[in-house]
Design a protein around this ligand. Structure first.
Ligand code: PRP
Ligand code: URA
Length: 208
């Protein structure tokens, strides 16, 4: 299955500012949150609703509310944390879990260092968050960790993906829908997305 590319003009505009190497830490962090909100809007489009009756100041209306599907947000540390508040601004009742992974800079293999998920994760729709889907190693491992604890309905949400990462995640977890703001050209020899935006974690936290 192809990833869902959310090509809304607002989102594309904000991703262009993120790509610019002149964009500073504060603006970068704010924009990651805003883009995450826009991705959240699209990724929750299929949430079930139910009809209720509500008394407006004018009359009684039949109208729709969310049908109580439970959600969990699982950012991959560190960079995924940059997306969390933006997602929570639209779905404030979601529970939050954390997966700590970093990429070994030589092997590009993900190294796990933390996992704390809601106890009832198996009953929740899970949105795994990471701005970057590069080789796909981190995403595949994070989804496996969530599945190991019983989750069955999982989506992966990222700002920018490389075709290599999309393919790897899809092959490993064909049941997981992928939502991306932009699908880029390729990876470079260091495993960075081209054109990409550089190292998302470093740009969000100003660590380089
Ligand atoms: C980045 C990014 C992803 C991973 C993507 O994290 O946020 O987690 O790399 O690469 P992959 O698809 O090749 O696995 P990084 O390892 O730099 O850690 P950080 O978030 O702590 O900076
Ligand atoms: N991680 C990042 O932060 N950026 C990339 O381009 C690849 C992996």
């Amino acid at each position: 299955m192809k990833p869902m590319i959310v090509d809304h003009p607002l989102l594309q505009h904000k991703i262009s500012i993120l790509r610019n190497k002149q964009t500073g830490t504060k603006e970068f962090r704010d924009l990651v949150g805003e883009v995450a909100s826009l991705l959240c809007y699209e990724a929750t489009r299929d949430l079930p609703t139910e009809e209720v009756e509500i008394e407006t100041p004018i009359t009684v209306a039949k109208t729709k509310v969310l049908a109580g599907r439970k959600l969990a947000l699982v950012p991959i540390l560190r960079a995924g944390m940059g997306m969390l508040d933006g997602m929570l601004s639209l779905i404030p009742a979601a529970k939050v879990g954390f997966i700590g992974l970093y990429r070994n800079e030589e092997t590009l293999e993900p190294v796990e260092y933390f996992c704390k998920l809601p106890v009832d994760i198996a009953e929740r729709d899970v949105l795994v968050l990471d701005p970057m889907l590069a080789t796909g190693g981190s995403a595949c491992d994070a989804v496996s960790m969530v599945k190991k604890r019983g989750a069955k309905r999982i989506k992966f949400i990222c700002l920018i993906a490389a075709p290599e990462g999309v393919e790897k995640l899809h092959n490993a977890h064909p049941d997981v829908d992928i939502y991306v703001g932009a699908l880029d050209e390729c990876l470079n020899e260091n495993g960075y997305i081209v054109p990409g935006l550089g190292d998302a974690g470093d740009r969000i936290y100003g660590t380089k």
